[in-house]
Design a protein around this ligand. Sequence first.
Ligand SMILES: CC(C)(COP(=O)(O)OP(=O)(O)OC[C@H]1O[C@@H](n2cnc3c(N)ncnc32)[C@H](O)[C@@H]1OP(=O)(O)O)[C@@H](O)C(=O)NCCC(=O)NCCS
Length: 180
Amino acid sequence: MAELLRTDRLLVRDWSVADATAALKIYSHDDVVRWLPELDRVPDAAAMHAVLQGWAAEQSEMGPGTGRWALVLLQGCVLVGGISLLPMPVPEVDVEISYQLAPEYWGRGYITEAARAMAHWAFAHSLVELFALVAPDNARGARAARRIGMEWVGESDKYYRTHLQVFRLRPDDLVCAAQK
Ligand SMILES: CC(C)(COP(=O)(O)OP(=O)(O)OC[C@H]1O[C@@H](n2cnc3c(N)ncnc32)[C@H](O)[C@@H]1OP(=O)(O)O)[C@@H](O)C(=O)NCCC(=O)NCCS
């Protein structure tokens, strides 16, 4: 499994089909999947295996600076979440950052740490801005976006056929967020 980057507490690496059991704890959890407009709840290990196979197949065709990765705690090597940089459904030139964490690991700053590192990586790989799409009542998701340094730019119905808040991150926002 290729490693993408490390932070103080986390490893960001490619997904593997061997992650199916740990990934299922994230992508079958109602508190996570209710906020994911592009993914239905994954019902069982076989379905999770198939999803991971699909992600692996897509990964090889992704453009520079985009993909889907697993988040693993360095201490104990526990898979706790996922993070992705994917072309937005409309228009395809923009890139969306999204992240999911197993609920038992919420509230420890893991996503703030991982998403900031991913954004630095993305900006070093020729991306000039990133977007996050957050359901209006997903308060924790919106807090995470703001904590990374993202700016709220509006609300839109054009993505995933649902009403979503749009946040944007540019390199300067990342620098300012790090100074807070
Ligand atoms: C969105 C989601 C990833 C955020 O998880 P999270 O644990 O709140 O975010 P972080 O890991 O960055 O942790 C931040 C929280 O930990 C606290 N924290 C503790 N130690 C911290 C540290 N070292 N650094 C930063 N925050 C820390 C913060 O105060 C914050 O808690 P608060 O929001 O209650 O004030 C998670 O809720 C999730 O998986 N939701 C479902 C999927 C989703 O909504 N994704 C977003 C749409 S893309």
